[in-house]
Write a protein that binds this ligand. Sequence first.
Ligand code: NDP
Length: 454
Amino acid sequence: MQTFDLVVIGGGSGGVRAARIAAGHGARVALLEEYRMGGTCVIRGCVPKKLMVYASRVAQELEEAKGFGWTVGATHFDWPTLKANRDREVARLEAVYRSNLQAAGVTIFDSRGVLQDAHTVSLTDGQCLHGNTLLLATGARPDHGPDIAGAELAIDSNGFFELEHLPQRVVVQGAGYIALELACVLRLLGAEVTVVLRGAQILRGFDDELRNHLAHELAAGGIQFRHGRQLHVITRHDGALQVTLDDGQQLAADCVLRAVGRQPNSAGLGLEAVGVVLDAKGAVTVDAASRSTVPHIYAVGDVTNRVNLTPMAIREGHAFADTVFGRTPRTVDHRLIPSAVFTTPEAGVVGLTEAQALQSHPHLDVYRSIFRPMKATLSGHGSRVFMKLLVDRDTDRVLGFHMVGPDSGELVQLVAVTLQLGATKAAFDATLAVHPTAAEELVTLRTPAVRHNL
Ligand code: NDP
């Protein structure tokens, strides 16, 4: 049996970062991955998704070109070409992940790992590894939601990346990040898309005004919504699918995509038997240092179901490695988290929503701007940019920023830096505008749209 200072199970964002940093601190590290190196983000998540988003936005650029004097001839979109190019890029990144691990001195095992006891991990071929410390970084997988008749006819986000052709009519269930991002890609590439959501509005947990604005934009872009509805049954007739909703409404489809959340990959790993406590959803229970209920077993990333975002898994993996192997103990701040939803138009958010801010800041000023972006003046596109800044009147501190519009994801990254520094509204006001940009709105918001006085 080979012995390592650290055995990492899972070669996604969190596991790979932890393994490389720990090896850099001098630890003997093994990493096990049963599928492809890179995990959800690289193989069937953020990266291939964003490439598809770029592809879909070309359609919008072509549409807008006329207003700028361009005559665009006959165009043709070829899904198999996009898929092949995308898959090639994913394979390249996968190889980079692998070679970076090897360069750091990590021993890779292309195998599933299962705990035999608190220090022993068995491989599929029967080999066993001894780890003085273990790290669980097994991520999460699509949750298939309520079991319905014909569920096997639907695909999840993994299946989306395997589609060989662009489906013409798509029913999407769910209205979170994944459902909406993929719905937009399919819609812009030419599919008819209907989003079926159980609630009254998309993106639960986001700022309400942002939700309303984005929902309006997506509907204007041609996505149809069925609010307050569940899928009841899916059937196949002559090669086409038929979706019946719980109110009896029927939708014809070529593809049904269910994106109703994700669940931690913790089953069948032998965790409970060695005393690792899981919560009701199957997430590994950890403390602020990512330590499980067994002191030498740690967990990072989606398997802990804290904040399920790639940069967070990377942070957690890095902090774990520095703490345990680098003699520089540190924890990860799970509070101020910027994120983007890559719909078209995209959304970028950081900090508190208005409803959250009001819970602890009774004197809240809401600055809001909704405007036509300059590009639309010639392109004729009807989209409007939405920006909202939340300011605590007592301290002048900016508590949250919410935006819908082109490049929101890029912009929110920098606004997040200012919030990290504790920026005040006065600092925003003192900052000179960059003209002409959409971002300059952010430093020219003079009058609050709402002044809360609770
Ligand atoms: P989300 O939690 O974002 O959304 C889940 C959606 O499914 C919601 O609309 C929810 O409805 C709905 N839903 C949940 N359970 C049911 C049910 N039983 N029946 C019907 N509908 C249901 O999950 P996603 O899968 O979209 O994404 C998972 C996570 O991955 C995200 O939370 C995010 O952390 C991460 N991610 C981040 C991305 C990014 O940063 N751009 C991109 C993709 C994923 P309701 O609102 O009513 O609860």
